[in-house]
Design a protein around this ligand. Sequence first.
Ligand SMILES: Cc1ncc(COP(=O)(O)O)c(C=O)c1O
Length: 381
Amino acid sequence: MIKGSKERSDVLNDLRRSKAKDISFNSGRIFGSMCTAPHPIALEAHTLFHESNLGNPGLCPGTVDLERDVISMLGGMLCLEPPYGRVLSGGTEANITAMYMAKKSTGRRKVVFSKNAHFSVLKAIKLLDLEPVEIALDDRYRMDTVQLREVIDDDVMLVHAVAGSTELGTVDDIETVSRTAHGTRLHVDAAFGGFVLPFLDPEHLRTHDVGAWDFRVGGLGTMTVDPHKMGLSTIPSGCIMYRNRDALDALKVESHYLTSPMSFTLAGTRGSGAVAATWAVMRHLGSQGYRRIVKECMDNTRYLGIRLKESGLERVVDPVMNVVAFHHSKPIMVDSMMRKQGYFISTVKDPPALRFVVMPHVTKEAIDRLVPVLNRVLERI
Ligand SMILES: Cc1ncc(COP(=O)(O)O)c(C=O)c1O
């Protein structure tokens, strides 16, 4: 049962107390999150559409138009023409959906992925009763395409590659992966990288050996890209993009009592708020705005690298994106000691390392406050 009723002001005071316990991105103490404070215009748009439900599209044709526009803008960013896709709840739902599409269309069960894949792949494999084939990384922490060649056979339903790995921000060599997979379906998880790579300086991409990673690669069938990470939209917003118009039919079921006769996505009720937020922030910032934000994040990533080199830490790889990790033999201990000081960094398991995600809320000033605290912790270990 629900406890007796409370005055509105008391409820709000309770909520404020709970909110005060949550760590805000604006505190400058969060260094390990792939989300950030949404852009103010995203927040306004989300509020405006708070009651609409894209899962019942006949009631919200306005949101249906916005979703179509978002997919069209993403198509332009990711070189997908004509653009097909849906706005879902995040990278996990998009990765699960992509795997289901592959299973349905091939009737096979083997999924090949490498050690840099996000753990949502393991959830998809459990849910869909698939057979995992995990392969190694090369010396630059990208999918090992030599091993990929060895494991590709007629039972493989999907190769799951990554453009912007969660732990190190590395980008698999998608062109070589596609050539090696020859004909096997290919999914690229650009949940994080999708809103970074298109806006990086082309010279930076060349020097880091990042070739085509998006739908310019002919063999690429599906892609995950999350506006609620570097897209600066509100949570929950992650997109699946696909080349074949009918790909989402895999999930199609009748939804006769709603305003649309068919439902196509895993979630039934789908908040329109994050769709409107994504539309608003993309239209407002445009490529120029995202380029400016990505440049700032990259400048700060380099700055953090310089400051932590002075602390005696060595980077695991020269960062392609705004994710940077530093070798350390006891990352979990450092992480937990930092938490006691009120700072939230994160860790890499293999190789053991301290991990930092330099999101837009991570400013130079925040880095300057972090470094002495980290130095003191490192001295105590
Ligand atoms: C590469 C990658 N894929 C998928 C996900 C899962 O995204 P979500 O947490 O939005 O479900 C993440 C999360 O960080 C990620 O980094």
